[in-house]
Ligand binder design. Structure first.
Ligand code: PLP
Length: 387
């Protein structure tokens, strides 16, 4: 059999695109100036950073580029929003934060850590489709709540959350609202000027940009304190010498993603439907997630009587890269916290497979993957029957 490599884990990370690489290259080499420096090399780097900031602001429909702050990735943006959002809330006498059971660990673990600072939390559950009901969030709100964090698109099952409705509930009550849009940015239209969102996180490597760079949008007028302390970079909000090449890559990658958004979205929807249809023909398969409210490109299916980890290892032998959920929990045999929060029984949650596509995925790759999964599921069930 010829050696094939099929990459079906684009929700974990994506390859850097050629134009992004080309945009970054000068800033990794001759453009090494520190953007804070006064001489020419510094000023050039500063201009590149500010051009990227404008690209991000435009791509997100923000009112101003001064609302965009660069970070070391999605995790830092989420931590900043949660910790500094909670500090801002505390200063207003609010001691509770509300989030959901399907958040990425970058939000969930941050919220849990707030306990040490005397900030309590309420974790709202999700429906069986992986969607958070605004009424459930509303029921959790109260006079003591100062911050709400609800993700835009879930990274494991692709379910889209009603961020606009939830944001409106928060705004009516003067509560800060943060959304982790790491999976949504570059894949769904975002017009921040029209949304009741105060803070939004994104990460370049999820849309063909480089790893280790992200951004936090902070609505103008929000007195969000810094999370990293030191120099005066990012208007005294985020200290540390800017990752110039990374920031340039982020700006370019997001601009490209948004420019091709409709075209990519149509292609991804077609391919995801084809993939799902193929996988659901395997006996004992169950789709995890929402049929109607789903990010195109993420397909999550559970197989009865199959361990997700074994399935992944055998797919890897077949040259197919996939995931059982979030990359952070791979290697840990515990069932996904997201699938459990959706009420999926533990054995099925442990038999889950997440395939995530990109605009580079082909129909042939989808068909080859369905074939491989069907074959492996059959084989794994055979082993279980014999033992
Ligand atoms: C990948 C991811 C993150 C973390 O982003 P990093 O840049 O890898 O730190 C946070 N939230 C979601 C939803 C993600 O998919």
């Amino acid at each position: 059999m010829e050696k094939r490599h099929i990459y079906m884990d684009n929700a974990a990370t994506t390859p850097l695109s050629q134009p992004v690489w080309e945009a970054m290259l000068p800033w990794l080499r001759e453009g090494y100036g520190n953007p804070s420096a006064v001489y020419r090399k510094g000023r050039e780097a500063r201009r590149a950073v500010e051009a990227a900031r404008r690209q991000v602001a435009i791509a997100l429909g923000a009112a101003s580029h001064t609302e965009i702050f660069f970070t070391s990735g999605g995790t830092e943006a989420d931590n900043w929003a949660v910790f500094s959002g909670a500090r801002l809330a505390l200063a207003r006498g609010k001691t509770r934060v509300v989030t959901t059971a399907i958040e990425h660990k970058a939000v969930l673990e941050s919220v849990r850590t707030l306990e040490q600072l005397g900030v309590s939390h309420t974790i709202v559950g999700a429906t069986g489709d992986g969607v958070v009901d605004p009424a459930a969030v509303e029921a959790a709100l109260g006079e003591d709540v100062g911050l709400v964090s609800v993700m835009w698109a879930n990274n494991e099952v692709g379910s889209l959350q009603p961020v606009e409705a939830i944001g409106r509930l928060c705004r009516q009550r003067g509560i800060l609202f943060h959304t982790d849009a790491v999976q949504a940015a570059g894949k769904l239209p975002i017009h921040l000027q029209e949304l009741p969102v105060d803070m939004l996180s994104l990460s370049a490597h999820k849309f063909h940009g480089p790893k280790g760079v992200g951004a936090l949008y902070v609505r103008g007028g929000t007195a969000l304190p810094p999370y990293l302390h030191g120099g005066g970079q990012e208007h005294h909000r985020r200290a540390g010498t800017e990752n110039v090449a990374g920031i340039v890559g982020l700006g370019e990658a997001l601009a490209q993603a948004v420019a091709h958004l409709n075209e990519h979205s149509r292609a991804l929807t077609r391919l995801s439907d084809r993939l799902l249809e193929g996988l659901l023909q395997i006996p004992g398969s169950h789709r995890n997630g929402s049929g109607s409210r789903c990010l195109p490109g993420i397909v999550n299916v559970s197989f009865e009587g199959v361990e997700g980890e074994s399935l992944l290892l055998m797919l890897d032998l077949d040259g197919i890269a996939a995931s059982s959920g979030s990359a952070c929990t791979t290697g840990d045999p515990a069932a996904s916290h997201v699938l459990l929060a959706m009420g999926i029984p533990e054995p099925l949650a442990k038999g889950s497979l997440r395939l995530s596509l990109s605009a580079d995925t082909t129909a042939a790759e989808v068909d080859r993957t369905v074939e491989a999964v069907a074959h492996i599921v059959h084989k794994l069930r055979g082993y279980t029957m014999k033992s």
